[in-house]
Write a protein that binds this ligand. Structure first.
Ligand code: GCU
Length: 621
C-alpha cells in the first residue's frame, strides 16, 4: 500500500472512529474508471434550488451543523414536508415550490441575480430507481464548484472539495426499495485563501453543478479501475492493470481484448482483485495528432464488461527534444479555458467542447493547454479522437497557502483524481502541477512534492508547471526557477509587449538565459485586443497591437534554441471578474485570438501561418 492510500485509509479510520466533524475529507467508493461508458440514468435537467448565503439549511442558529447533530436532521437535505394540514410544522423552505436551475450549468449564467453570487446554493432532484438484486449503483457528478455536501434520501454521502474533478459515491445501500429517491447537494463556491485555487484567480468563479450528473449501474462485482497504455519508453509493450472490486474480486478471471489488434488476453486477479499485464504491442498503430488511431478495448470479468477507445503512443524527452513515438516534435499549441465564449458560463457539453477543439485545429494546433484546472472528461476523449496532444493541470495557481498541510492534501487529491480520470487518454502528455506560483522555500517544497507525486502515480507522461522568470537591466530574461530541476520541460509564461518590455516593436531586444538543458515550452504569451477595434501597432487594445505583439513574440522566441512548443494565451476571450475596463474588457479577458462573439482577430492568422511553417519543418506536411 503506497503512502497516499495508507494516509487515506488512516484518515477514513479517523473519521469512522473519531467522527471528525465539520469538514471531513471525502470518503467515497473507489472512483469508477470511465463511468460515462457504463449504463447510466442521467440526472441532467431541472433541479430545484434554494439560495442560502447564511447557510441556514446547514447550521442551526448557534452555528452547529445539522448533519453533525445526534439526529443528523434539521437541514434542507431532509427535504421536509408538512405531515398534516391541521397542524403543519414550521418549515421555512420547500424545494418543490422553488425555482429550477439547469444541470449541467453554473448558476452565475442562469439568473442575473446570481452573476456574481458566491456562497451556498442547495440543489434538489427526485428520481425513480428501484435497485435490482446483484447490481451496484454509483452517483456521479462530473464537477461541482467548489465545496459540496451530498445527501441521498436525507442521508449524507460525503463532502468533496475541488471544483473540477469527478465526484462519485456507491449508493447501492442507500437507494429506497420503493424506487422513489431524492438527492440534495449543498454547493458552495466561496473563495478562501487556504483552498485550491486560492482566493485570487483570473477566471470567473462559476459555482454549482457544472458538469453531467448520472447514476451508473454495474454488477455487484465489477471492474472499478484499469489502465491500458504503452509501457514507459517501450513502444512494443502494452502494460497496465485491471482492478476488480466486490465480494467476488479475488482470483477472478478477466479478459482484455483489443480485437482489431488480435489481442485477447486472459488474466487472473490476485487476492486484492488486481491483475497486471504486459503484452506485445508490435501490431498496434501508434496514436499521434496526424493519425489519432483509437482501438476498441474491452475489459470483461464475470458478468461485467466495460468498453473504452484507447490510443497507444510514447512520449519522452531527450535533451532539448520532445519525442512523440520516438520522433522529435514541435508542440503547436494554444491555451483554452473550460468556457465557450458564445454561450454564457462554463462549457456545458460535447458541442461546446468540440467547437473549441475545432477552432484549435483550424489554427493549425496539434496541442492544447487545458488551463488552469481539470477539464471535462469528454474534452479529453475528444482530444484523443481529434488528434490533439493535451497539457492537463491542477489549479495550484498564484498565491496558494504553501505552509498549510490541508491545502497540500487537497492539491494532491485533485492531482490524483485528475490522473485517475485521464490515465487512459493518449492525448494527455503533460501533467502540470501548477501555474505562475511565486518563488519561496515553502512553495518549492509543495510543488516538488506534487511533481514527485504525479511521477509516482504515472511515470509514462511528462511533468511540468508554468515557472517563474526574472529580467535584468541588460534585457536578458532569466529562467532559473529552482522548481525547473524536477520538471521534464522548462515551461514559463512571459508577457513581453503587454505587461512589461514596452510596445511590441521593442520586445525583440530581449534574449533568454535558460538554466536547464530541457525542451522549452512557452506556456503563455499574449495581449488583449478588442475585436473590431483598430489602430496602429502602438495602439494598445487594438487588433493591430495584438497582431504586432504576436509577430515580434515569435521573432523573439525564435532565438531560444531549445524551443519545442508553445501555448499562447489564449484561444478565445473569456469571462474574468478582474477585467473591468468598461470599453475594452467589460468582464472579459480579451487575450483571445477569437473574440467573445466568435470572430477571429488579426493575430489569429499570424499564429496560424507560424504553425503552418512549423508543421512543414517538423512533420513535412
Ligand atoms: C497569467 C495567468 C492567466 C491570466 C493571464 C493574463 O499568466 O496564468 O491565468 O489570465 O496571465 O494576465 O491574462
Amino acid at each position: 500500500m503506497n503512502s497516499h492510500s495508507l494516509l487515506k485509509s488512516l484518515l477514513i479510520l479517523m473519521l469512522l472512529v473519531g467522527g471528525v466533524t465539520g469538514h471531513t475529507l471525502r470518503a467515497q467508493s473507489p472512483v469508477l474508471q470511465n463511468a460515462p461508458a457504463r449504463r447510466v440514468l442521467s440526472l441532467n435537467g431541472s433541479w430545484n434550488y434554494i439560495i442560502d448565503p447564511y447557510e441556514n439549511g446547514f447550521y442551526d442558529y448557534r452555528r452547529e451543523a445539522f448533519d453533525q447533530s445526534k439526529s443528523g436532521k434539521g437541514g434542507y437535505y431532509d427535504n421536509q414536508k408538512p405531515s398534516s394540514k391541521q397542524e403543519p410544522e414550521l418549515i421555512e423552505y420547500d424545494f418543490d415550490k422553488s425555482a429550477a436551475l439547469q444541470v449541467p450549468g453554473d448558476w452565475n449564467s442562469q439568473d442575473p441575480k446570481l452573476l456574481y453570487y458566491e456562497g451556498t446554493i442547495w440543489y434538489k432532484k427526485s428520481f425513480t430507481l428501484a435497485p435490482k438484486a446483484g447490481k451496484r449503483y454509483f452517483l456521479y457528478f462530473g464537477a461541482i464548484n467548489y465545496e459540496s455536501h451530498i445527501y441521498l434520501n436525507g442521508k449524507k454521502l460525503g463532502m468533496h472539495k475541488g471544483g473540477f474533478t469527478p465526484i462519485q459515491y456507491d449508493i447501492t445501500s442507500q437507494l429506497s426499495p420503493s424506487g422513489d429517491n431524492f438527492v440534495v447537494v449543498k454547493a458552495d463556491n466561496t473563495r478562501r485563501p487556504n483552498e485550491v485555487p486560492t482566493i485570487n484567480t483570473d477566471w470567473w468563479n462559476y459555482g454549482g453543478i457544472t458538469r453531467d450528473v448520472f447514476i451508473a449501474e454495474t454488477p455487484d462485482t465489477y471492474i472499478s479501475d484499469y489502465k491500458v497504455q504503452l509501457a514507459k519508453n517501450d513502444p512494443n509493450t502494452v502494460a497496465g492493470y485491471v482492478q476488480v472490486t466486490g465480494t467476488g474480486r479475488a482470483n477472478q478471471s478477466v479478459t482484455l481484448s483489443i480485437s482489431e489488434a488480435g489481442i485477447k488476453q486472459s488474466l487472473k486477479t490476485d487476492a486484492e482483485g488486481r491483475a497486471t499485464f504486459r503484452l506485445p504491442a508490435k501490431k498496434l498503430v501508434r496514436w499521434s495528432p496526424q493519425t489519432p488511431k483509437l482501438y476498441a478495448v474491452t475489459l470483461s470479468s464475470g458478468s461485467d464488461a466495460v468498453q473504452d477507445r484507447i490510443g497507444f503512443r510514447t512520449i519522452q524527452t531527450r535533451g532539448a527534444d520532445i519525442l512523440l513515438n520516438g520522433k522529435s516534435t514541435y508542440m503547436r499549441g494554444i491555451s483554452i479555458h473550460d468556457e465557450n465564449p458564445l454561450i454564457p458560463g462554463r462549457a456545458r457539453g460535447e458541442g461546446d467542447l468540440r467547437m473549441l477543439l475545432t477552432w484549435a485545429k483550424e489554427l493549425g494546433c496539434n496541442y492544447v493547454r487545458l488551463a488552469h484546472y481539470p477539464h471535462n472528461e469528454t474534452m479529453l476523449k475528444l482530444a484523443d479522437e481529434m488528434g490533439l496532444l493535451v497539457w492537463a493541470e491542477v489549479p495550484v495557481y498564484w498565491t496558494i497557502a504553501w505552509e498549510n498541510e490541508a491545502t497540500y492534501q487537497n492539491a494532491e487529491t485533485q492531482l490524483s483524481d485528475l490522473i485517475s480520470m485521464g490515465k487512459n487518454r493518449a492525448s494527455i502528455v503533460v501533467w502540470s502541477v501548477g501555474n505562475e506560483t511565486p518563488l519561496g522555500e515553502a512553495r518549492l517544497k509543495f510543488m516538488t512534492n506534487l511533481a514527485n507525486k504525479a511521477r509516482s502515480i504515472d511515470d509514462t507522461r511528462l511533468i511540468s508547471a508554468a515557472l517563474e522568470l526574472h529580467r535584468t537591466p541588460d534585457n536578458v530574461v532569466h529562467v532559473d526557477d529552482p522548481l525547473g530541476e524536477v520538471l521534464d520541460l522548462t515551461t514559463f509564461n512571459e508577457y513581453a509587449g503587454w505587461y512589461w518590455g514596452g510596445s511590441p516593436s521593442e520586445i525583440t531586444k530581449y534574449t533568454f538565459d535558460i538554466k536547464y538543458n530541457k525542451p522549452v515550452m512557452i506556456s503563455e504569451f499574449g495581449g488583449d485586443a478588442l475585436a473590431g477595434y483598430h489602430g496602429d501597432a502602438e495602439t494598445r487594445w487594438s487588433e493591430e497591437y495584438q497582431e504586432a505583439l504576436y509577430v515580434n513574440q515569435l521573432k523573439m522566441l525564435g532565438t531560444i534554441k531549445n524551443l519545442r512548443g508553445m501555448t499562447p494565451w489564449i484561444l478565445a476571450d473569456f469571462r474574468a471578474t478582474r477585467r473591468q475596463h468598461p470599453v475594452y474588457q467589460n468582464g472579459f479577458n480579451r487575450k483571445g485570438l477569437i473574440s467573445s462573439t466568435g470572430t477571429k482577430k488579426k493575430a489569429f492568422y499570424v499564429l496560424q501561418e507560424y504553425y503552418r511553417q512549423m508543421a512543414q519543418k517538423y512533420d513535412g506536411k
